[in-house]
Design a protein. Structure first.
Length: 112
């Protein structure tokens, strides 16, 4: 259905809100029981956002042993991964296909 794709697309686009997990989590919890498509895409989007937060935290923790160089390399790489992953996820959602983000830790399991 069209409304499923719109909600799933919004779940992926919440990454643009500077990796705030809360909007995606609220929307996913509200709509996941109505659609397996939304449940799957919501799980993927939240897993990806949590993984990106971990990558950013690790890059800042590595700033001490690398004399401040790590964040200048890892933070842009993390944001590039977020942008590219979001674009591919939105394309897959538009075509009503499942999508798995690369390099994602599966915190929320289950679904499709």
């Amino acid at each position: 259905m069209h409304w499923e794709r719109v909600i799933a697309m919004f779940l992926h686009l919440t990454i643009i809100l500077h990796i705030l997990v809360l909007p995606a989590l609220i929307l996913w919890l509200w709509r996941r029981k109505r659609s397996r498509f939304i449940d799957d895409h919501g799980r993927q989007a939240i897993n990806f956002q949590l993984t990106l937060l971990i990558y950013l935290a690790v890059s800042f923790l590595l700033s001490v042993p690398t004399c401040g160089v790590a964040p200048y390399v890892l933070v842009p790489a993390t944001y590039l991964l977020a942008i590219v992953g979001t674009v591919f996820a939105c394309i897959a959602t538009h075509h009503s296909r499942a999508f798995r983000y690369p390099m994602t830790i599966p915190f929320l399991r289950g679904g499709v």
